[in-house]
Each structure stands twice: as structure tokens, then as C-alpha cells.
Design a protein around this ligand. Structure first.
Ligand code: A3P
Length: 306
């Protein structure tokens, strides 16, 4: 991890430049399929996916796994702030997504000092095996599928690296079929359900973080054995509130600030979903997640009743 006294052209800036320089073209150019899953061409490529198979995890890595739009940037900022507060350094955000960029960018993860903050949207099967062999502490951040879908729709339409949808209804059809980048929300959680009993895996929800961030910060920092004092928790809470992150977003995410920090709310789906669409998601939830550990954690009835 780089500290801000050594600012340079980070891999993160390089990726942001790549996205900014993309002009929206056809869906065929912007997306490609690898092992049956769609990915954005601007950010991912087959060579890097192949190199990832041999990626060497470290036992003290802090791994964050998320389905897209479930609070990835929020949790990454939280971890940077926790590590920063503990080491008493202001850390400059760098790219944390292992599947982004070219193999050289992946190679540079080797140069980062511990603890490395690493994230991925890849499904369980595609995450480098060494993370499992070394039992790396893994934090899974979940969000209810209806808000995740609405966030995803808005993101597609504001992100140059992704195709534009003419309507929510068209996006919804693709979302429910898993025909979106990184595949099906439900497949993603079904696969993680098999790992929830492992002592190195912990799951938290966007909704719990939103409603009581200090409690979740304590849980997250204890899990990673980076325990914080009450004062340090308050500081991280303040720095990672939606308002504070949105305010800083131009500095952290350039012109994409508004795309990454849109509303940050629970329940925005209610202004977008039709009743039949809502029922369709309910049926998928019932089929794949109801009664499972992650299904219970989502508190589906509270956040997803029409
Ligand atoms: P919305 O589009 O519903 O506003 P990701 O980082 O995985 O792409 O997730 C993006 C979602 O997380 C967006 O949701 C964004 O606004 C929300 N988000 C980001 N930072 C947040 C914060 N500090 N507090 C609450 N929500 C946040």
C-alpha cells in the first residue's frame, strides 16, 4: 500500500483514466464472456484471469468479496481508514480489485506491504485458490437484491465502460437472468453460502452498516484483528459516512464520483420496481436463499417487502 507522502501515478488512477477515455460503443465491444460470465472489456481481460490462477495470497491479506453495487467502495474506504488510523499514516487509495487491469498490474500487488487490502467481485469459483488454502480472512458484504439491482441499473447508465440501457425494464430482465457483468446475484450468494461456517469468513450487510455503522466497524476491525478504540471508531465513522465520501468523491474517483456515490440509501428500489418485478425477485429469493445463512442475514422481509 502506498502512503500519501509517496504519491505517484497509482494503478487506481490508471484504471480511472482507462474508464474516462472509453467512449460508449456497442455492448459487443464493451463486454466479453469468460467461462460463461460477462465482464467489462475496459477493465478485465483473459490474460489477467489466467495469471490470477497463480496469484499468491498472503496469510495477513484483508480480502473483501462483494457482488457489484453492494458497498464495495464504502468497505474499501473503511479498511483503508482502519489500517491508516492504526498505523498512524494517511494511506492513499490504490486499486484493490485483483481482476482489474493487465497482468503487470496484478504482479505489482506483490510489491505492496502487508496488510494488503484486496477486493474482488469474482464468484467463489474464480477467486485464486491460495486465498482458500491460506485461509485468508475474508469479508463478504451483502446488500438486498432489489436495491443492488437499482444501483446496478444506474451504474450501467453512468459508467462509460458499461453499455447503456434504454429502460429499467430492459435492465431488470437481464439482472434477473444473470445476464449482467459478474453474473447472477443469486448464484453469487448461493456459492458463498457454502463457506459461511468457515472461521476465516465473515459476512456483514450494507443495511446493518447503514443503520449502525459503529457496531459494524467494531465487528469488522475485530474480525481482522485490527481493534480500534472508541475514538478511532468515531473517526472512521465520520470519514466514511455517505456525505463525507460523496464530498471527497471527485478526489477519490474523478469524474465517476457521482456514479459511485449516488444515493447511498436503503429502499430506493420502491420508487423503481413494479409489483410483478418485485414478486419475481421474491420468487428467486425463495428458491435460492430463503432459510440459508446468508438469506437470513439479508433480513429479506424487512428490506424487500413491496
Ligand atoms: P446507490 O447506487 O444505491 O446509491 P459499490 O461500491 O459496490 O459499487 O456500491 C455502490 C453503492 O454503495 C451505491 O449505492 C453507493 O451510493 C453506495 N455507497 C457508497 N458509499 C457509501 C457510504 N459511505 N454510505 C452508504 N452508501 C454508500
Amino acid at each position: 500500500m502506498t502512503d500519501s507522502s509517496q504519491t505517484g501515478h497509482t494503478d487506481r488512477n490508471m484504471l480511472l483514466d482507462m474508464i474516462h477515455s472509453t467512449s460508449k460503443t456497442s455492448s459487443e465491444d464493451l463486454l466479453f464472456t469468460y467461462k460463461g460470465v460477462l465482464y467489462p472489456t475496459v477493465l478485465c481481460n483473459e490474460e489477467t484471469f489466467k495469471s490470477l490462477e497463480n496469484f499468491e495470497a498472503r496469510e495477513d491479506d484483508l480480502l473483501v468479496v462483494t457482488y457489484p453495487k453492494c458497498g464495495t467502495n464504502w468497505i474499501i474506504q473503511i479498511l483503508y481508514d482502519i489500517v491508516g488510523v492504526i498505523s498512524n499514516k494517511e494511506l492513499l487509495l490504490d486499486n484493490t480489485m485483483i481482476e482489474f487491469g493487465n497482468p503487470e498490474m496484478l504482479e505489482r500487488f506483490k510489491d505492496r506491504p502487508s496488510p494488503r487490502i484486496i477486493s474482488t467481485h469474482l464468484n467463489v469459483q474464480s477467486i485464486p485458490k491460495s486465498f482458500f488454502q491460506k485461509k485468508v480472512k475474508t469479508l463478504l458484504v451483502l446488500r438486498n437484491p432489489k436495491d443492488a439491482a437499482v444501483s446496478f441499473y444506474n451504474f450501467y447508465n453512468s459508467m462509460p465502460a458499461l453499455p447503456t440501457y434504454q429502460s429499467w425494464d430492459l435492465f431488470f430482465k437481464d439482472f434477473i437472468q444473470g445476464n449482467v457483468v459478474y453474473g447472477s446475484y443469486f448464484d453469487y450468494l448461493v456459492a458463498w453460502n457454502k463457506h459461511t461456517e468457515e472461521h476465516n469468513v465473515m459476512a456483514v450487510t450494507f443495511e446493518e452498516m447503514k443503520l449502525d455503522l459503529p457496531t459494524q466497524l467494531r465487528k469488522i476491525s475485530d474480525f481482522f484483528r485490527l481493534s480500534l478504540s472508541p475514538e478511532q471508531i468515531s473517526l472512521v465513522e465520520e470519514q466514511t459516512s455517505f456525505t463525507s465520501m460523496k464530498e471527497k468523491s471527485e478526489a477519490t474517483h474523478g469524474k465517476l464520483g457521482n456514479a459511485f456515490f449516488r444515493k447511498g440509501q436503503i429502499g430506493d428500489w420502491r420508487s423503481v420496481f413494479t409489483e410483478p418485478q418485485s414478486k419475481q425477485v421474491d420468487a428467486e429469493f425463495e428458491k435460492y436463499l430463503a432459510g440459508t445463512n446468508l438469506g437470513d442475514l439479508l433480513n429479506y422481509n424487512k428490506y424487500c417487502s413491496f
